[in-house]
Design a protein around this ligand. Structure first.
Ligand code: CO
Length: 139
């Protein structure tokens, strides 16, 4: 088993990032850690820090015809994915693929905030969309 460092962030799909930032500040004292608009992924993302725990990744679509836009149309706002940090994403994916796990991303790709990421299919994780991330500081 390659190293896993626990939950890195929780992804939450929202319509209005600014409103969500304000609400999470009220609810749990969360502060903005970083923010990015990534047109190629169709997402406006804000990572919030709330104490020492995992980050909260707010995701708003930049348009209706985007992954998060389609998610919101189908499911509404709410929990989108759980991201786990791994030491060696490529090796981790190879091991899962060898075990026949259904992956959305067979190879690491560029994710938000400079991370290498890959998504695992929800059917392989009991209905949860799971993201594996390898932050660049130990890529
Ligand atoms: Co994420």
């Amino acid at each position: 088993m390659t190293g896993t460092r626990g939950i890195h962030h929780i992804g939450v799909a929202v319509h209005d990032v600014a409103a969500a930032v304000e609400r999470y500040a009220l609810l749990v004292g969360a502060t903005v850690d970083h923010e990015a608009v990534v047109d190629e992924q169709g997402v406006h993302a804000v990572a919030l820090r709330a104490g020492d725990g995992p980050l909260i990744e707010l995701l708003a679509p930049t348009g209706d015809d985007t992954p998060v836009g389609r998610f919101l149309a189908k499911r509404g706002e709410g929990m989108h994915h759980v991201a786990y940090e791994v030491d060696d994403l490529r090796a981790h994916l190879e091991r899962l693929r060898a075990e026949g796990v259904e992956l959305i991303d067979a190879e690491p790709r560029n994710g938000l905030f400079g991370m290498q990421v890959a998504f695992i299919h929800p059917e392989a994780a009991f209905g949860c969309l799971v993201e594996l991330v390898q932050p660049k500081e130990h890529a």
